[in-house]
Write a protein that binds this ligand. Sequence first.
Ligand code: CMP
Length: 137
Amino acid sequence: MEKTLVLIKPDAFSKNHTGDILKRYEDEGFKICAAKVMQMDKKTAALHYAEHREKSFYNDLVEFMTSAPLMAVVLGGENVIERVREINGATNPEKAAEGTIRKLYAENGSKNAVHASDSPESAKREISIFFSELEIF
Ligand code: CMP
């Protein structure tokens, strides 16, 4: 079964949108294979966002993602990587399609409610940052 990593970011988690967001994924037929509430430390954020290290928004991104608890989730199902990115919508909520999670819950392009892996390679790498094999069902 294909798997992807989703982070329900500190903005959406603190505003109690977690249940609604998980329901969207479950309603699409995806399985919750692992889930944990955690506050990311700087080291984990640096690992997770390594590809963005040179970007202008990197420091703000790490600051925000480590500022408060979030929920890390592994979702499984057919074509889950691509489908979850469609359900999440564009990074910037102003450009996100109606009905997408970011259109509904994101504040802006940085406090944007959710993260999801963008390829099979990213999914494998990102899942291993947050979960051990024994925690994934
Ligand atoms: P995410 O899916 O977590 O992956 C990278 C994150 O960087 C992205 O969501 C946004 O939260 C953030 N990001 C991307 N582009 C910008 C930007 N132009 N300004 C601020 N944050 C951004």
